[in-house]
Each structure stands twice: as C-alpha cells, then as structure tokens.
Write a new protein. Structure first.
Length: 204
C-alpha cells in the first residue's frame, strides 16, 4: 500500500521519526478531568511554551542526543523539563529557568561561566576545561538567549569552541526585554552534548 496518513474508519495512519505508524483511531474520552490530570496538562503546557521557540529547527535532536533511545529530541527535552524545571502548584505552575536544560549528554559542561551584556551583545566567558574526561578543545559552543515575555529564543550550535574561553551572541532582537541565558557544548562530530549551564538573567 505504501505509507498511509489520515483516518479511515477505525484506523489512523501517521509518520513518526520517519516511520509509518498505524493504530486504532482515538475515541472520544468521556472521563472526567481529575485534578491530577489537569495538573499534568498544565505541566506539559508550561514546557511547551518554552520548547515551541525552537520548533522546526531540529535543535533539540542535536543538543539532546538519543544515545540509543527511541523518540525525538523534543521528547527528551520535555522529559528533562518536566522532571527538574517545572515548579509551583496547579494552577500556578511555571519554569524555574535556573533548572532548565537546553542540552544534555556525556560531555563535561562549562565551568566558571559568566555573562554580561553591552549594546544588546551578550558576552559569555568560561574556563577551558579541555581534557576533563572527554572534553575536547574543538567542542562547539551552544549559546541560547530566551525572552520569557516574548516566548522567543535566539540560539546557535556553533558559537565558537571550548578552547576560546569566550563567545558572543547578538540579542538585538530582544532589546528592552529580559533574557535568560545558557551555555552548553556539542562535540565536533555532533554525536555528544554536555549538560547546559544557566548563566544568568540579563536586560537586553
């Protein structure tokens, strides 16, 4: 038959991670929305407001390597956010940006990190910890600035190298807005990443 997408009778077809999936069509759920379900929905919605700023770019597929797991980078980052960064009590849940990860993996993370801003250019500084475990001098810098009130992000997977000890990110698009900032590392072959570090909250 070839790949099938859509709904025919009791069967629904869709594509996921390049595979054609067939399953029984979802029926209407009549169960009452319990407080626990409502809280779980808000938790997921809270994460989605952050991750949608990266939608369609494949960013998290690289910054959250699969390491043999199934699913997508979106699934992996959402799991990380829900387990460590969502705080508050339903119906007042929010993200603790200091606990948000924009990358996660086996590489050693950044150390001695700082961030300042001048003329909407974010200046990052960090120590060169090449040789610490599998950390390499040519690991690429992952730089992220997220403006919560705009729900938008500026980011790069190639902001320089671990050996550089400094990097910049242009946040002119967020001028006048507060931004949350992170730094992480991606291996030269893009098969490994390191746990990102929240660097600080700045006014662009």
């Amino acid at each position: 038959m070839g790949n099938f997408t859509g709904r025919v009778g009791p069967v629904t077809g869709y594509m996921r991670s390049g595979k054609n999936i067939l399953r029984s069509s979802t029926s209407v759920v009549k169960d009452k929305l319990t407080p626990l379900r409502a809280a779980q929905r808000q938790k997921l919605s809270t994460c989605n407001r952050f991750t949608k700023a990266f939608a369609g770019t494949g960013f998290f597929n690289k910054t959250f390597p699969a390491y043999g797991q199934t699913g997508t980078g979106y699934n992996r980052v959402t799991s990380a956010l829900m387990s460590r960064a969502v705080t508050g009590v339903y119906p007042n849940m929010f993200l603790d940006y200091t606990q948000v990860l924009v990358s996660k993996g086996r590489l050693p993370g950044a150390v001695s990190v700082k961030a300042t801003i001048k003329n909407s250019i974010i200046h990052f500084s960090f120590a060169d910890n090449s040789g610490d475990g599998i950390a390499a001098a040519n690991d690429s810098l992952i730089l992220v600035a997220f403006a919560p009130d705009l729900q938008q992000a500026i980011y790069t997977l190639h902001g320089g190298f671990r050996k550089d000890k400094k990097a910049t990110l242009n946040a002119a698009a967020f001028k006048g807005h507060t931004v949350e900032t992170w730094i992480g590392f991606l291996s030269n072959d893009e098969k490994d990443a390191g746990d990102s570090v929240w660097v600080g909250r700045l006014l662009s």
